[in-house]
Design a protein around this ligand. Structure first.
Ligand code: PEP
Ligand code: MG
Length: 403
């Protein structure tokens, strides 16, 4: 029988050395493990993670007794978890407790079905993108903002690698680019530190400097501004200078025209809807004039993987792509719903890690299983992030062996 026999949570450490939880779940003959990442630059509408001791207690004392003997069916289990919690933002049982159990259930279901996880996700009736292929890699190589104590103007500077055809090539290219970047920064005499996501960080308040450095090495760049981090009294304070909505939009336009910048995440604060709509239109107009593909305006803290917020963003044309982080919403079912809505509205998805990561490589399977446009997983130089690339390489072999 495919029923849950055991569901137990433990405390483990994440990539920052902070505590998080891992859930072990078994049926007859199968055992799986799932762990939960944590963000630092979190959106104001994210589901609420509880202190890890409380989350572990909730899994072991509240959730587990309800689950034993139930079918390992992620949609049914998620419904049960949401009703046991009873709040909008999962603050009763904790989004971290709930996601650990939800993800473990999905993995157990895949094990029982004897399918690779990405294939199982495809088979759940959520083949949510027509773009069959591998995700492009959005790799944060220069870390600033909340991930490196504001040493650089914006939070993340990324190389975008690949074209959906394979992953081994872009992963090798990343290795080469990262070495070239290190040499370049050293040659310029920079004092380099490592940021939370395994990229470099250095001190600079020159907005164009990171773009000059990166565009000499690669022809597709992305940024995560994490606009909410420097929003003060209706204005944006970038490196000590005040920017209005218009002034910041003009800066983005200049960067897009001058550098190979193809994607801007959270250009403004979570509640600055008007500003998002303004810049998305600007990028669309620029796409028409330049006859290039639209620059991606990606919602992360804006949308928080929340189907209601995604609907609002689609209706208001606030963005043209959505970042997906399962722990922002707390269940796998809602994550899949968010992805499905995004793709059905013709927007792109980028599946993302958190700045505090674990060795769980689930997001690689998720990106492949839903046909996401991109995967944002940090550099390979931190083992918690390298796991995701290793899993992508395995998936590529699984795909190729089916041909
Ligand atoms: C992000 O903002 O996209 C990110 C990955 O950071 P965090 O996990 O700290 O929210
Ligand atoms: Mg972000």
């Amino acid at each position: 029988m495919n029923t849950i026999k055991k569901c137990k949570a433990y405390k483990i450490k994440d990539s920052r050395g902070d505590e998080t939880l891992e859930v072990e779940m078994s049926s007859n003959g199968h055992t799986v493990w799932a762990s939960v990442p944590a963000g630092k630059s979190t959106g104001s509408r994210e589901a609420v993670a509880l202190p890890v001791d409380e989350a572990v207690w909730n899994v072991n004392r509240v959730i587990s007794p309800e689950l034993i003997g139930k079918k390992a069916d992620v949609f049914e289990v998620d419904d049960l978890l949401v009703s046991l919690d009873g709040t909008e933002n999962k603050s009763n049982l904790g989004a971290n407790a709930i996601l650990g159990v939800s993800l473990a259930t999905l993995k157990l279901e895949a094990k029982i079905a004897n399918q690779p996880l990405w294939k199982h996700i495809q088979s759940l009736g959520h083949p949510v993108s027509k773009s069959v292929g591998f995700p492009r890699l959005f790799v944060n190589v220069l870390n600033g903002g909340a991930h490196a104590k504001f040493r650089l103007p914006f939070q993340e500077y990324m190389f975008v690698l690949g074209n959906g055809m394979n992953v081994a090539g872009p992963i090798n290219q990343l290795q080469t680019l990262f070495e070239q970047l290190k040499k370049k920064l050293e040659a310029e005499g920079k004092e380099i530190k490592m940021g939370d996501e395994g990229g470099f960080s250095f001190e600079s308040d020159d907005i164009e400097e990171p773009f000059n450095i990166l565009s000499e090495l690669h022809d597709k760049l992305a940024i995560d501004v994490a606009g909410g981090e420097f929003f003060e009294n209706g204005e944006y304070n970038v490196c000590g200078q005040k920017y209005s909505l218009e002034k910041l939009s003009n800066l983005y336009e200049l960067l897009v025209k001058k550098y190979p910048l193809i994607s801007i995440e959270d250009p403004f604060a979570d509640n600055d809807f008007e500003a998002f709509a303004f810049v998305t239109k600007k990028m669309r107009d620029y796409g028409v004039i330049s006859q290039k593909e639209d620059v991606l305006v990606v919602g992360d803290d804006l949308t928080t993987t929340n189907p209601q917020m995604i609907a609002k963003a689609v209706d208001g044309k606030l963005i043209n792509a959505v970042l997906i982080k399962p722990n922002q919403i707390g269940t796998i079912s809602e994550t899949l719903k968010a992805i499905k809505m995004t793709h059905e509205a013709g927007l792109k998805t980028i599946i993302s890690h958190r700045s505090g990561e674990t060795m769980d490589s689930f997001i690689a399977d998720l990106a492949m299983g839903v046909g996401a446009f991109g995967l944002k997983a940090g550099t390979m130089f931190q083992s918690e992030r390298k796991e995701k690339y290793d899993r992508l390489l395995e998936i590529e072999q699984e795909v190729n062996s089916e041909k």
